[in-house]
Write a new protein. Structure first.
Length: 335
């Protein structure tokens, strides 16, 4: 099953799982994330079903942000459907929330294996999650394109990228595309600092591009910018709007012509890069290997160039955040 936000490479994982199974293993797709396990939505997956899907974005199984552990009745439906469908093991492909549900099911006696998936790249104890590489490429390409219009019009562009708690996409896309300031959740700045850097850049070069993660919060703010009235099944508010907020503040304080661009779901859509296709494929094959060997309660992970497995709880223990040394590197190119 695939849970949480979609991202490039999911279909490569599914293909890797199906193609590497043994002859006596039947693969069933759980539709629409954990919701499908609650509601009993299943589909058989054969070699023909996964033919060529590794080049496609999204997930052929659909997804959702359903949390069955919010309701005991939903949990019981999961167990009933597992028994009814004679499911021997579940491979859960997802980020922190999806893998947390998988860990709880494992603790309750369900055979589970985890595959780390998030474009945010914040799952701990794995070097990379698939989808991240594609998102960085899309973000960098967008910032590349904004350089020409920002320079032509003498504008300040605030470009909002995904990243709730971790700024990996923003810092790597910003570094790759030469953003003049990068703002990420791990390292807050004051509005005064932001204005000073932008002002210095504008006076020196006449245009500026600021890459900002959706989860960035200026020191002066008590709350994140977003829709606080919209909360998902795991308790997360819907973030969005920090780029517009900062653009308006800078415009008001400096008089510069500012614009905001929200890349949002563009980052997670479309065709995966070759890197993410291969990583997803390797993850899928390793996940099936764990199932065949009955090595449950584990998550596949990338360590260097090797695909290994670690205890599932290690993947959800903490968030993998951008280290300070990396952000200091990015600061060399601010302004």
């Amino acid at each position: 099953m695939t849970g949480g936000g979609d991202c490039p490479g999911l279909n490569a994982v599914i293909r890797g799982i199906v193609k590497s199974r043994k002859d006596d293993v039947e693969v069933i797709g759980i539709m629409h994330g954990w919701r499908g396990l609650v509601e009993g939505e299943f589909t058989a997956l054969t070699d023909d079903d996964v033919e060529g899907i590794h080049i496609l974005g999204g997930t052929i199984l659909g997804t959702s942000r359903t949390n069955p552990f919010k309701d005991e009745k939903m949990v019981q439906k999961c167990f009933d459907n597992i028994e009814k469908e004679r499911i021997d093991a579940i491979i859960a492909i997802g980020g922190d929330d999806t893998l947390t549900v998988a860990a709880k099911l494992y603790a309750a006696g369900v055979n589970t294996v985890g595959v780390p998936k998030t474009i945010d790249n914040d799952v701990s104890n794995t070097d990379y999650t698939f989808g991240f590489h594609t998102a960085v490429n899309v973000g960098a390409d967008a910032i590349d394109r904004l350089h020409s219009t920002a320079k032509s019009h003498g504008r300040v562009f605030f470009v909002e990228l995904m990243g709730r708690e971790a700024g990996w996409i923003t810092i790597e896309a910003g570094l790759a595309a030469g953003a003049h300031l990068i703002l990420i959740p791990e390292y807050p700045r004051t509005i005064k600092e932001i204005i000073e850097i932008v002002d210095k850049r504008m006076k020196a070069k006449g245009y500026a591009i600021v890459a900002v993660a959706e989860g960035f919060k200026p020191t002066e703010l008590d709350e994140f910018v977003g829709r606080k009235d919209e909360v998902d099944a795991f308790g997360h508010i819907r973030l969005g709007g920090i780029a517009h907020y900062l653009a308006e503040i800078v415009k008001e304080k400096t008089g510069y012509d500012t614009r905001s661009v929200v890349l949002g779901h563009l980052l997670r859509g479309g065709t995966p890069t070759a890197f993410d296709r291969i990583l997803g494929t390797r993850y899928g094959v390793k996940a099936m290997e764990l199932v065949i060997n009955r090595d449950f309660g584990r998550m596949v992970a990338l360590k260097g160039n090797e695909i290994v497995s670690i205890p599932l709880e290690y993947g959800i223990a903490t968030k993998k955040l951008v280290p300070y040394e990396y952000y200091k590197l990015a600061e060399l190119f601010f302004g």
